[in-house]
Design a protein around this ligand. Sequence first.
Ligand code: DX5
Ligand code: ZN
Length: 231
Amino acid sequence: MSTYTLRIAPSLLSADFARLGEEVRAVIAAGADLIHFDVMDNHYVPNLTVGPMVCQAIRPHCQTAEGRPVPIDVHLMVQPVDALIPMFAEAGASLITFHPEASLHVDRTLQLIRSLGMKAGLALNPATPMHLIDHVMDRLDLVLLMSVNPGFGGQAFIESSLPKIELLRKRIDTTGRDIWLEVDGGVNTRNIRRIVAAGANTVVAGSAVFTGGDYVRSIEALRAEAAGGRT
Ligand code: DX5
Ligand code: ZN
């Protein structure tokens, strides 16, 4: 990687839902690059979270003290996918990622996301083969690699994700496109260096950011550890 920027995306799944706006402002003040917004439907995954109305409610909070907008990184763990996309566009989402198994027409769904002015991503579960992205690379702005099974925060990082990150990094580099490689699940100060060294340039961190309550310290610790893994 020639130009390297690590983006840290705190997952609101581990935030205090009773004080969501405040939590969003606090992680942005602490250096969050994106706000990761996990949408679960109790169908594609066995959990139920939030939807477009909550996305819209946090949107005004997604900016720095200087007024620079901070993108909302929507991770859809829902099936079907398409009907929610215009709703999230309206609600202020900047990026939408979905799971290819959850859409009958992946290419069409990717086109829909971009047609509404958002960045488009595909998420791969631990057991999902990488070839599912092969024929849509030109429609992708990011690939999200799940390093836990989707549905819950606070799970342990699955170690076999590391060689998969390396393989995905090679695939992305082969295209010559600026496709983000985001890793989601179980990221912490003990593994972020290896995750970044393997080729991730964007990491989601839920419990690693929100547990403990000192968000500045948590995000700085992640960055400091990651810095040792840069190539
Ligand atoms: C899991 C979600 C993740 C989760 C990450 O299905 O997609 O974004 O919130 O939480 P941690 O970092 O605690 O594993
Ligand atoms: Zn997520």
